[in-house]
Structures are given as C-alpha cells and as structure tokens.
Design a protein around this ligand. Structure first.
Ligand code: MN
Length: 470
C-alpha cells in the first residue's frame, strides 16, 4: 500500500488554522460527546493552554448545533460541524474553524463569499476516507503538530481506537499510521501487531475475557464454565494461576488462536470462513506512560472509559485525565466507569427478564423495545444483546426520547466485512420515514418520529433482502 501523506492543500489549512488561533483571544470549543470528540477537545484545550489562550470548552450532541448562537471571536468545532448549519448565526468579523471527518455539507470554496472567516478541515474534501484514514482527534493532533506538540500523538491514537478506525483490517491505515508512528517514536505507544483480540487483555482473567467473545455466538459466549473447559482442553492451566491474555506465552496464544478458528469454523456459513482470522486477530495498543496493570494502559479499555464519561455527562472528568491528572481525575474516572457498568448490567437484566421486551426476529433483522432505557446507553445495550441472539442478522434497539424514537443498530463484524454498511442504510431508511440517522458500518443509529416505528422496521427489513445469510 502507498504511504499516505497529508495533501499539500490540507497542510496549508492546518497552517491557516494555527494563524487564526494565534491571532484570537476569545475562544470557544465545541466537541462531540464520544471518545473521539473528547480526545479532540483534550488536544485542542492542551494546545490552547500552552499558548496561554483563555477558552471555554463544551461537549455537545449533534442536535444542538443547527441553532447555535456564536458569541466568541473564534469558535472551533471538533469531531462535528461538517454536517450541521453551524454558521447560521455567524456575525461579521467572527472566525470559525471546523475539524471534522464526517460527510461535509459544504465544499472547499464555501468560505470565499462570507464576511466572517470560515475554515473547514475535512479529509473528505481531499479524497481521504473519514472512516478508516483519520478521525476528529487525528485532525486535532495534526493541528497540534503545527506547534511541534508531538507528545499529544497518543491522544490522537486513542481517538482513532475509540472511533473504530481500525475495524475493517485490524490495524491503522492512512493518516492514522502517521499518528501511530509519532506516538511510538515519542515513547508513548507500544504496538502489538496481530495480537488476539479480546477485551480486557490485562485486567480480566482469560476465561472471563473469553466468555465475552460475542461477535459470533460460540459455546464460550456468556459461559464462563465453558471458557474454562476450553482453556483446560488446550493445556492453558487456568485453574491454578488465573492469568490474563497478556500474560500468555507466544506459543500459548498460538494454541488459543487455533482453538478459536476451530470453534468459528463450525459456526460459520462458507462465505464467511475467509474472514475468520480478522475476527480473532488485530493490533493491540499499550500506552507506555500509564501505570502498569491499570486499565489506562490498554487502548480499548481507555477508550471505553472515555465513552462511559460521554454517556453519563461526565466529559470534564475524561478531559481532566487526558490533560494529565492521574490523581483525583483517575479516581473519578474509575467511579464513573463502575456506575456505568452497573447501569448497563441492570438494564440488560431487565430486558432479558421482561416478557414484554422479547427480541422479535424477522427475515433479515431482529429488534427489541428498550422501554425506558436511557438514550445514552441504548447503543451499548444493543451491542450486548447481540451476544444473546442471532448473529447473522443485525439487532435493532428502540428507546423513547423527547426528540423522538431513538434507534440503535449493532451487528457482527462479519456483516461489515461482507460489505454491508449499516450506517448508510440506516441514514436512508431514517430519512424515508422523516428522521435522521447515520454512523459506522456495524454500529449506527437514528432518531425517527414516535409513530413511524413499524414503517421503519418494514422498510429496513425489505432493504436487506438478499444481503443477509440465512
Ligand atoms: Mn469521530
């Protein structure tokens, strides 16, 4: 593959952004509430601190952006803005910078006829993929690099992990590779190429980590006894020393890999067999400046903690930790993560126990009613439910909000490897029923009118005809 560089025009845009910041005194940053958005905000805020620039930072949902009054000399939007009418109320002489990787509404020439300054940096204006090559935090890092702040590269890597930029191939591509290389060179990151992909590689006993394998429902999925039996069978002495995945030898990891391949081969229809290695293997990331054995060391676990903050309106805690506070910031982060886990577990239990909330399976999809589950966690819950139902079809969860019915979709990675992009499908179907939607290939969502649920399901089911292996 050809090595990707930042295109010349984009390079100039980063220089312009720096000039705009250098000349501004009164600055506001709006960023998104997920891991990528929080990392973006942390990079920008650190950069502004180091320039002695006073600034406010606010983490927001996309829906507030279309009617936003602009009250500052300079407003910076990160990980959002490209798809919203953010400059509706821009006044003469004001300045706007957008650093976003989502599909842009406006083109590159948009700024030319305005009496305010408008600079939008979006990879899609330069032929660069915003799903796999760079995300919001990455763009913010390239701006920080204009100031020589390469020490912030690890936050760029974390943002890309949280944004699932490596989901298709198991490793980073494009501009993300440059950020990864900077983080390694600066001594912040250790890359483990083609590791076994299990969540909790150094914080969970291996049999527990294994029981969370839920992309395809296997005998070990949600079954700790079976996981222990499997480890016993392949000679990994589990009972006596309760090791984590990261403590296994290379040879033991090899045996575990073979066993997972064997189990998956039994479950998968022929057309999916080619994807088995990608389901098991992927790069893993260790942050070298974090304390050994803590959850901040592992890229996936760190990003989960960032998302937990976003889902519980505690972004300021995540920001504090990313900006360096590992004392009370870390304690607060632990307690948010803990109560988040508890909320997920109790919400899950409600659905599993409730007779009225049964999972309904149609020809090409399955769905459930989330009842009063908070809209912030319905996506995560939907992902967890996937481990209890038919992995060959996507699972859709619904929950009621004051802005309409929130829809969340999750599916097995296999469906996206096979070329289905549910983010694009949900956008189309949501629009057809008068809603809005979008997102990733295998994790996405929408808001639709309350009375359009049946129509949405019917249209969605029809759209998938011929795409799902039954
Ligand atoms: Mn993002």
């Amino acid at each position: 593959m050809i090595k990707m560089e930042i295109p010349q025009l984009m390079r100039e845009q980063f220089k312009q952004a720096k000039e705009i910041i250098d000349k501004s005194k009164n600055i506001k940053v709006y960023s998104h509430i997920d891991c990528d958005g929080i990392c973006s905000g942390a990079i920008l805020s650190t950069l502004l601190d180091r320039q002695n620039k006073k600034h406010d930072i606010e983490f927001v949902n996309l829906d507030v952006l279309d009617d936003l009054p602009l009250d500052h000399e300079l407003t910076i939007f990160s990980d959002l803005g490209s798809g919203q009418a953010i400059d509706k109320y821009a006044k003469k002489g004001q300045k706007i910078i957008v650093l976003d990787h989502h599909p842009p509404l406006r083109n590159l020439d948009y700024k030319n006829d305005k009496d305010y300054t408008y600079l939008e940096i979006n990879p899609m204006h330069h032929g660069i993929d915003g799903s796999y090559d760079v995300c919001g935090g990455g763009l913010c890092y390239f701006l920080a690099k204009e100031y020589e702040y390469k020490d912030l590269s690890w936050i760029g890597v974390l943002s890309a992990i949280g944004d699932m930029q490596n989901m298709q191939t198991g490793h980073f591509e494009g501009l993300n590779k440059i950020i990864q290389k900077d983080a390694i060179n600066e001594g912040y990151l250790e890359l483990h190429e083609s590791d076994i992909n299990l969540y909790g590689r150094s914080t969970r006993p291996l049999f527990v980590a294994l029981s969370y394998f839920s992309d395809i429902k296997l005998p070990i999925t949600n079954n700790r006894n079976e996981s222990m039996a499997v480890l016993e069978e392949i000679g990994i002495d589990e009972k006596n020393n309760r090791r984590t995945l990261s403590q296994l030898t290379h040879e033991e990891k090899g045996r575990l890999y073979e066993k997972l391949v064997e189990m998956l081969s039994k479950e998968l229809p022929g057309k999916y067999v080619q994807y088995i290695p990608r389901l098991i293997i992927g790069d893993s990331y260790t942050f070298l400046k974090e304390e050994k054995g803590t959850f901040l060391q592992d890229g996936s676990e760190f990003s989960t903690a960032m998302n937990a903050c976003g889902r519980n309106q505690k972004e300021e805690i995540a920001l504090k930790v990313l900006k360096g506070n590992r004392i009370d910031g870390l304690d607060e982060l632990k307690s948010v993560s803990k109560s988040h886990k508890y909320n997920l577990a109790t919400s899950m239990q409600k659905i599993v126990d409730d007779e009225n909330n049964k999972i309904v399976e149609l020809e090409n999809l399955q769905y459930f009613n989330g009842g009063d589950i908070k809209s912030e966690i319905i996506g995560t819950i939907t992902g967890m439910i996937l481990g209890y139902c038919n992995w060959k079809k996507p699972i859709i969860g619904f929950t009621s909000t004051e802005n309409g019915l929130k829809v969340s979709l999750r599916c097995s990675k296999l469906l996206s490897y096979d070329g289905i992009h549910f983010g694009n499908i949900i956008r189309e179907v949501a629009q057809e029923v008068g809603g809005v939607g979008g997102g990733h290939a295998m994790a996405c969502g929408a808001y639709i009118p309350h009375d359009k649920k049946d129509e949405f399901i019917e249209k969605f089911n029809k759209k998938l005809i011929g795409k799902i292996a039954n």
